[in-house]
Write a protein that binds this ligand. Sequence first.
Ligand code: GDP
Length: 492
Amino acid sequence: MTTASPRRTFAIISHPDAGKTTLTEKLLLKGGAIHLAGEVKARGQARRARSDWMKIEQQRGISVTSSVMTFERQGITFNLLDTPGHEDFSEDTYRTLTAVDSAIMVIDAARGIEAQTRKLFEVCRLRSVPIITFINKVDREGLSPFALLDEIADKLALDVSPRMWPIGMGGTYEGLHRIGDATAALPTAVQEEVELAQVGYPDFDVEAYQHGDLTPVFFGSALREYGVDDLIDAIATHAPPPHALPAEPAPVEPEHPEVTGFVFKVQANMDPNHRDRIAFMRLVSGTFRRGMKLTPTGHGKPIAIHSPILFFAQQRELADEAYPGDIIGIPNHGTLRVGDTLSERADVRFTGLPNFAPEILRRVALKDPTKTKQLRKALDDMAEEGVTQVFYPEIGSNWIIGVVGQLQLDVLLSRLDAEYKVAAGLEPSPYDTARWISASDPAKLKAFVDLNKGAMAKDRDGNPVFLAKSAWEVGYVADRYPDVTFAATRER
Ligand code: GDP
């Protein structure tokens, strides 16, 4: 048994400008860990822990402070994982969502559900991540609460259960009403709204929420701190603590005595002269102690983790230990990969960390043909970090890279140049999307591969991938080959 305080490990999903940064700052301020303008100003006892990781950051040139933010309130430790990629998406963003137990979905009251909110929501749904909705900016004119609730329900096919109700919005805003409280003191119009809402939407059901079927909805303003306390209380009270994770040979419960965890993100050094990386591991079970040896399942020897980066806001005495739900940053030289399981005895392997079908495919054109080896190394490295995916076609020698967002292409080119000294360009690819293929009957898979050789490739791990010109083509081909499965995500 550990003596750890309860954990709530969560992320915020939103469309740019909905207010994620503002809300994050307010959550941290309220929890006593003050991060402002990207700067961490830890207080009191946290100073030592803070200076530890600041030093590591300086030495290694890796910015990790904002990747994991921890704050405490009412005896609960909150781990807030940043979902990077502000204007754009990367697999990092998606994969971070595999390391949380719940999410807050922030929606701009004037804009409703936007494109990126929806994409991130779909990733949460894939893993049944429970979601609390925060409708932000009620200090401004917005859509009606009913329109917002109905939009969430319709566009996301999710039950909505309002928990708070705005008493007016913008110029008429007068406060928030907790659903269930007496409505007598409310203005008549608001009283009617609340009564309508109470009959029109399902009651809050904690099980439906924790299964990802229902979202409790809060209204407020991150900027003016309206409703932020209620939101924190909701996470504290209802959001699930660290849970069991699917693994082979059997799921791993947080109570499992040995330390296990998985790498969900690898961050490379921003200083090209250093080859170090930080692997972010989510602890699934056990009590991690500094200096402990962990073994990556399937490859490699035990690694003694002497200088982990632990993310703690306040409690110095905990700075040498971490508990299920916590994130540990492990410095390494490229041995650790996204999706790796680490454990004390190397006898488990977590399943279900997905690779996502790329939405942009490009052909890599090497300017200096003598650099093939370096290019392959660079592409493999970056595939390993989750910056890009790489596909090696069965026919021809033009390697294809796939990304989920445009920004990743720029990162790829600048790193090829700066770190690997490889001058390369990107050309349009005849393909637009990719699917991992499998079949229960190996003969059927082989028949498909043989007939479609021109569109077949292998990913970095040697898995067969079908490259298609459009999502429509995927559908068309999938219809003709009912025995072959075309997956838009691949579990590692
Ligand atoms: P992010 O892109 O989701 O991280 O959004 P930010 O937190 O950076 O906010 C985007 C803009 O909206 C900024 O100008 C914020 O000051 C503003 N903003 C955030 N929350 C609120 C709010 O509750 N009310 C109003 N009026 N503006 C807000």
